[in-house]
Every structure is written in structure tokens, then in C-alpha cells.
Design a binder for this molecule. Structure first.
Ligand code: ATP
Length: 219
């Protein structure tokens, strides 16, 4: 089973840890603030009040045996960088770190972290997309041009088959899966598959193609 160590149990670190525990993973949370550690003691698998920039402390906690380390310290850039260096030096297999600014992120990348997360920036972008596209539930950018989007099926498409909508010919994008709340997920649906309101359709295409399709059915 995968084991995670999360350094910094602020809003981001604690919600990440809580979700990982709910998904069934073991999580060690480290924070220098005793009160914070106390609050999280019933939520995470293990918690420790310690300064995560201290190599000896991390070694004593056996942090090197964890599969993934997440540095979730934001405000204190120095502590974020030092904790990241410690995790890399100790040999944690995968290191992920949170950045509050582009510059902070660039430093973390130079330290060789596997992934830099910008929670505020990324959430801002996500919410902007959802606000301008009311049916958009979620999306993954495959590249600058291509996206996979989850769109709620609006009432105007209720009862229509994929052949009726014909997204490929009309917009260039394809419906590659349909998630039916009652019927499960249909992968690679055929042309006769019927959509119902409350279904979720998974669409792949360029951003422009998906936007045009979305705009044509926007409520
Ligand atoms: P969030 O937005 O997630 O609430 P933040 O970006 O404001 O967090 P900080 O408040 O700087 O980030 O840090 C998050 C947590 O990291 C805090 O609970 C803080 O006590 C802890 N922390 C900061 N420095 C260290 C350190 N050297 N060792 C362990 N924990 C630390």
C-alpha cells in the first residue's frame, strides 16, 4: 500500500491528507504547530509535531521509507525549500511541492521535485472555465490544444442519440464515454446510445471544438 508523508498541515495539506486517508492510504502528517497536529491526530494515520527542515528529525521518523512526500508549506518559502531538499536528499521516491508563486515553483522545479502544485492559481483557472461553461464539470488538459471535458447533459439533449447530436461532424469533438447515474459508465458508446438529462458525457477534442459544442447546448 502507498504511504504518504505530508509536511505542513494548513488548509491544503490537511484536506489532502484527509482525502488520502479516506481513499484508504496511510498518511503521516508533520507540522511544527502542536495545536494543528493535535487537531489532525484523529484524522490522519500518524501525526508528529516537528520542524520538517531538520534532517535528523525526518530520518528518525523513517521518512525515507515513504512512497511519496508532499511539501504543503506555502508562506514560508525558506521552510518549503529546505523541507523539499531534505525529502530529496533522504531519498523519498516521489516528491510533490506546493508553490504560491511562479518564482517559488521555479525554485522547486530546479530542486528536482516530481510535481509542483499551484492550488490557488489552478483553482482560479478551473473555476473561470466552469463559470463561462455552465455544463462543464471538470476537465483535463492533454496538451495546450487538446482537452478531455466532463459535461453535464443539458435538458435540450435529453432523449437524443449520439447520432442525432453528431458532435464529430458538427464540431469535430467526440463523446468517448457516458456516465449514467443509474446505469454506470459506458466506454466508447455507439451512435445509437441515448443521452438523458443528469448523465455526464466525456468529450475529447480541441479546446475550440469543445467550446463550440458546449456553447451550442448551453442553457
Ligand atoms: P494553506 O493555504 O494550506 O492553509 P499556507 O500556504 O498559508 O497554507 P503556511 O501557513 O505557510 O501555508 O504553512 C502551512 C503549514 O505548514 C502550517 O500549519 C505551518 O505550521 C506548517 N509549517 C510551516 N513551516 C514548517 C516547518 N518548518 N516544519 C513543519 N511545518 C511547518
Amino acid at each position: 500500500m502507498k504511504q504518504f508523508v505530508i509536511i505542513g498541515l494548513g488548509r491544503f495539506g490537511s484536506s489532502l491528507g484527509q482525502e488520502l486517508v479516506q481513499l484508504g492510504y496511510e498518511v503521516l502528517g508533520i507540522d511544527k504547530n502542536e495545536e494543528t497536529v493535535d487537531d489532525m491526530s484523529r484524522v490522519l494515520t500518524h501525526v508528529v509535531a516537528a520542524d520538517a527542515t531538520d534532517e535528523e528529525t525526518l530520518r528518525a521518523l523513517g521518512v525515507r521509507n515513504f512512497d511519496c512526500g508532499v511539501v504543503a508549506i506555502g508562506d514560508d518559502i525558506q521552510a518549503s525549500i529546505l523541507a523539499t531538499i531534505q525529502l530529496k536528499d533522504i531519498g523519498v521516491k516521489k516528491v510533490v511541492a506546493k508553490a504560491l508563486s511562479e518564482l517559488h515553483g521555479r525554485v522547486l522545479e530546479k530542486l528536482g521535485v516530481d510535481r509542483v502544485i499551484y492550488p490557488e492559481r489552478d483553482m482560479g483557472i478551473r473555476v473561470a472555465h466552469q463559470l463561462v461553461s455552465p455544463n462543464l464539470l471538470d476537465y483535463i488538459e492533454l496538451s495546450k490544444e487538446y482537452t478531455i471535458a466532463e459535461l453535464a447533459v443539458p435538458s435540450c439533449l435529453n432523449g437524443k442519440t449520439l447520432q442525432d447530436i453528431n458532435t464529430r461532424a458538427r464540431f469535430g469533438c467526440s463523446i468517448v464515454a457516458i456516465n449514467k447515474p443509474k446505469g454506470g459508465v459506458i466506454i466508447a458508446p455507439t451512435a445509437v446510445e441515448e443521452l438523458e438529462e443528469k448523465d455526464i458525457m466525456v468529450v475529447i477534442g480541441t479546446n475550440e471544438q469543445i467550446e463550440k459544442f458546449e456553447a451550442s447546448v448551453a442553457r
